[in-house]
Write a protein that binds this ligand. Structure first.
Ligand code: AMP
Length: 281
């Protein structure tokens, strides 16, 4: 497996692949890789010959006071894990490589960021759309894989790819969970053992909603209230949002008549966690 840090070298690699034939599958990450990331790498292997994993903690998607400086980093271990999962290239640029001092170009979406995570993290999706655009221009993939764990991000990327005519197929990967159900996340490493136990309330509340839908409940408000009750049992769990929405448009739903997504963001102590589930009546 090759490790590339210079954008120009990555572009030359991609140009060469595109000239000679191999399909490039791309998995963008911020590193500190876990099974969730690696499942996307394996999914990429089903769609490409050159499997490029990027590792870059993108400053543009962190707001003031967020965890940019403390975000966990482990490049060497990440490269070993990526290679074992089938990556052929790790692209790990430096901050200066992607955002020089004179940097001033950003990609923004008008509507999708005005929901869910976009409300409490106002610069987040602008940062995501910008870095994904830059990475697409550098890695030049045919296919890119994103996790459903960040469901709104997946919608943002799909929208952006259509709107800006990127000739790239976007594939969504299922959420990978710990044995007890907690969605894997690099940020889980922030949790103390006690917080780790309490963090399970995110998945428990989604699971309860799924169970209620299966037993015939259709009112979104009833599902959301039950989830609130489960999470509110924990004194240091601070709910940012719990919403049920149309999986494509992200418009809120009052009743579950067809497939719907339920998503939530909760702070456990200082750590903000997100999770979501598909609800099918
Ligand atoms: P991140 O490094 O957190 O920016 O995530 C990089 C990619 O991995 C994104 O497409 C995420 O949606 C995806 N991802 C993160 N956690 C999981 C998980 N538990 N299961 C599946 N995909 C995930």
């Amino acid at each position: 497996m090759q490790i590339i840090s210079a954008p120009t070298e990555m572009q030359a690699f991609a140009d060469d692949a595109r000239r000679t034939g191999p399909t490039i599958a791309f998995i963008p990450t911020m590193g500190f890789l876990h099974e969730g990331h690696l499942s996307l790498v394996r999914e990429g292997c089903r769609h490409g010959d050159d499997i490029v994993v990027s590792i870059f903690v993108n400053p543009a998607q962190f707001g003031p006071g967020e965890d940019l400086d403390t975000y966990p980093r482990a490049l060497e271990a990440d490269c070993e894990k990526a290679a074992a999962a089938g990556a052929t290239v790790v692209f790990a640029p430096s901050r200066e490589d992607l955002y020089g001092d004179a940097y001033q170009t950003y990609v923004t979406l008008e509507k999708l960021p005005q929901h869910l995570c976009g409300l409490s993290r106002p610069v987040f999706f602008r940062g995501v759309a910008t870095v994904v655009t830059k990475l697409f221009n550098i890695v030049k993939p045919h296919v890119a894989v994103f996790g459903e764990k960040d469901y709104q991000q997946l919608l943002v990327v799909r929208r952006m790819v259509q709107d800006l005519n990127f000739n790239i197929r976007i594939i969504g990967g299922s959420i990978v969970r710990e044995a007890d159900g907690l969605a894997m996340s690099s940020r889980n490493s922030y949790l103390s053992p006690d917080e780790r136990r309490r963090a399970l309330c995110l998945f428990q509340s989604l699971q309860k909603a799924e169970e209620m839908v299966r037993s015939g409940v259709r009112e979104a408000e009833a599902l959301i209230q039950t989830a609130r009750d489960i999470i509110s049992r924990h004194p240091d769990a601070d709910i940012d949002y719990i919403e049920i929405f149309d999986p494509e448009t992200i418009d809120n739903l009052k009743r579950i008549e067809g497939p719907a997504r339920m998503a939530l963001a909760v702070k456990i102590g200082k750590t903000r966690l997100i999770d979501n589930i598909l609800l099918t009546p």
